[in-house]
Write a protein that binds this ligand. Structure first.
Ligand code: FCB
Length: 450
């Protein structure tokens, strides 16, 4: 048996918009994801999170399922516009809902991890210009303040942001996520506000939950050059700068990476350089964290220089490798490498794998059982990568599979199933998949069979 450290937190993750539904119930205001998904053409089949898994009404059943699987921890996000419908005025009913959810978790001895921002901005703040407007950082601090005052006595683990690259670039430069903009300057200014808001909120988290642990969960898609040519090496370096270093360098106190500032400036993406950076910003962004969350699903392979404007064509396919239904290569060694990098190169004080998982559409067979063997293999291989990294000295304290439930996969609607629990969206019936039962066994023995 490959044993994990005692108290290793085996968990699962979700986010509010992807599971809650109840988008206009009990005083919740509209978020920019409501606007985006309800605008035709933005999501697959025009699907929205209006109902999703109806978790808002069914959370008790879902907590019971978590308990049956044996989860030690559960990572979820709050919907900003449920708590502050217009970004300014507190909606007590929204806070009460999260308080009830937290109580149910604690009753089952499941440790709650709350993500403050998993991509839903109140529409009123989007109307002010959204993340490219640095004033939004102050509103984010209000969210952190109000939420930790209400829940900080019960919840001790807080994550400011989920995947700043997505909030900033996927949403403002590539335009695939809300608010659907396609502009480099907006994307990089949004990144700056997000990072700034993280640092400012860290201060609030420390004040309001002094006995807690607080961090951030960036997404990581490491790039591997496939040969020793300048083009392939530069392609991998630029990808890494765009995706990983642009966020993790300033978080670690290194400011924005100089090679990328030059690259963006020379290629006309930042014609005025870093004009959005003000005195003191870097110190705020580099506020010490207690942990870094790693969200990782796949990697990129580079056999030449890449075009960042067409990044979807950048990766070179790997014949013979396993791909998930997102068309993401399964590459557990990538997670192993990343943990080492965050531990050794970035000196992360503590690491959680805040997301790891795969999309496979396996549904119930005639006997009702969901035989999702490929997901079980994915989980086992990635847990094994974590185990190897721990053996190698990295301080990984827990792992959260994405996701507990099949859910609303953003612009891809309900077409991608990431859950260890199958959701029938017609009836809202939940069925624990074989991978969920594999997880149950793994958690119970706190280890992987050799
Ligand atoms: C991550 C997101 C999460 C989900 C998974 C598949 O980028 O954080 O909400 O969409 O990908």
């Amino acid at each position: 048996m490959k044993k994990f450290p005692d108290n290793f937190l085996w968990g699962a993750a979700t986010s509010a918009y992807q599971i809650e539904g109840a988008w206009n119930v009990d005083g919740r205001g509209p978020s920019h994801w409501d606007t985006f998904s309800q605008t035709p053409g933005n999501t697959k089949n025009g699907e929205t999170g209006n109902v999703a898994c109806d978790h808002y009404h069914r959370y008790q059943e879902d907590v019971d399922i978590m308990s049956e699987i044996g989860l030690k921890a559960y990572r979820f996000s709050v919907s900003w516009s449920r708590i502050l419908p217009d970004g300014k005025t507190v909606n007590q009913a929204g806070l009460d809902y999260y308080s009830r959810l937290v109580d149910s978790l604690l009753e089952k001895n499941i440790v709650p991890f709350i993500t403050l921002y998993h991509w839903e901005l109140p529409q009123t703040l989007e109307d002010m210009g959204g993340w490219p407007n640095r004033d939004v950082a102050k509103y984010f601090v209000d969210l952190a303040d109000v939420t930790t005052r209400a829940l900080g006595d019960k919840v001790k683990n807080w994550i400011t942001h989920n995947e700043p690259w997505c909030t900033a670039l996927l949403s403002h430069q590539i335009g695939l996520h809300a608010p659907g903009k396609k502009d480099w300057y907006q994307g990089l200014s949004a990144a700056h506000t997000v990072l700034l808001s993280h640092g400012m909120a860290m201060d609030t988290l420390r004040t309001n939950v002094p006995d807690g642990e607080h961090g951030i969960a960036p997404n990581f898609e490491p790039a591997y050059p496939l040969n020793r040519t300048k083009e392939a090496l530069d392609g991998a370096r630029i990808w890494d700068g765009y995706y990983i270093r642009w966020f993790n360098d300033p978080l670690a106190g290194r400011e924005y990476p100089a090679d990328m500032v030059n690259y963006y400036t020379e290629t006309g993406r930042l014609p005025n350089g870093l004009d959005f950076v003000q005195d003191g910003d870097y110190d705020l962004i580099a506020a010490p964290v207690d942990f870094i969350g790693i969200n990782n699903y796949t990697r990129q392979r580079m056999d030449g220089m890449l075009d960042l404007d067409n990044f979807n064509t950048a990766a070179t396919p790997n014949p013979g490798a396993e791909y998930t239904e997102m068309n993401w290569e399964v590459y557990p060694d990538g997670l192993y490498d990343l943990i080492n990098r965050m531990h050794f190169d970035y000196q992360a004080p503590k690491i959680y794998i805040t997301e790891s998982g795969c999309s496979y559409s396996d549904g119930p067979d005639a006997d009702g059982r969901v035989r999702d063997e490929r997901r079980t293999k994915y989980y086992a291989a990635h847990a094994d990568a974590v185990h190897r990294a721990i053996q190698n000295g990295a301080n990984v304290a827990g792992m959260f599979m994405w996701s507990l439930l099949d859910n609303f996969e953003w612009s891809l609607g309900y077409s991608q199933r990431f859950g260890m629990v199958y959701v029938d969206y017609e009836t809202q019936k939940r069925t624990i998949k074989d991978s969920g039962y594999w997880y149950q066994k793994t958690i119970a023995q706190n280890g992987l069979a050799e």
